[in-house]
Design a binder for this molecule. Structure first.
Ligand code: FES
Ligand code: FES
Length: 176
């Protein structure tokens, strides 16, 4: 039997990845304890581990915005984020917006302005719109179009989405 030199064995041990990681996420106000593989995206953790399927998987490559959620109030593409990177973070998904039967003003505005057709992009659009307002740098319809450009709508509901966001800019909403 050939013995492995001591130095090589040490290098091999350092490269060993843990099969799983324990993390805690505070999702929609509830502390969730998860054991995930290190390569699990936040999107898959939400959908497959917590059954929060409101967050959609469109491209899975950061191109469409369907997977947008809020982390500490900031919008991110959850398909590009590893769950372990957000250990300890506060996450808001579309399921966390309504207060019981009362819709969030952004959700209501999307209904008021008929800002969706198939609805597949809508959870990401709403999370992104709220994140946009949290950023506090949007002033005009052109700003909305530019700063929402990461959220694709295959149904082409863009003018209605802009109108919905303008309604919330005018009348305000509580912070998410
Ligand atoms: Fe994340 Fe498309 S699914 S950007
Ligand atoms: Fe269908 Fe946007 S409403 S993709």
């Amino acid at each position: 039997m050939t013995m492995e030199p001591e130095s090589e064995r040490a290098v091999n041990e350092e490269r060993t990845l843990p099969a799983s990681s324990r993390i805690i996420l505070r999702v929609n106000g509830v502390e969730q304890h998860l054991v995930v593989a290190p390569w699990t995206t936040l999107l898959d953790a939400l959908r497959d581990y917590l059954n929060l399927t409101g967050t959609k998987k469109g491209c899975d490559h950061g191109q469409c915005g369907a997977c947008t959620v809020l982390v500490e109030g900031k919008r991110i593409n959850s398909c590009l984020t590893l769950a372990v990177m957000k250990d300890g973070a506060t996450v808001t998904t579309i399921e966390g917006f309504a207060n019981g039967e009362a819709l969030d003003p952004m959700q209501q505005a999307f209904i008021d302005h008929d800002a969706f057709q198939c609805g597949y992009c809508t959870p990401g659009q709403i999370c992104s719109a709220v994140g946009l307002l949290n950023e506090g740098r949007v002033r005009t319809a052109d700003d909305i179009r530019e700063l929402m450009s990461g959220n694709i709508c295959r149904c082409g509901a863009y003018p209605n989405i802009v109108a919905a966001i303008q309604q919330v800019m005018k009348f305000g909403r509580r912070a998410a």
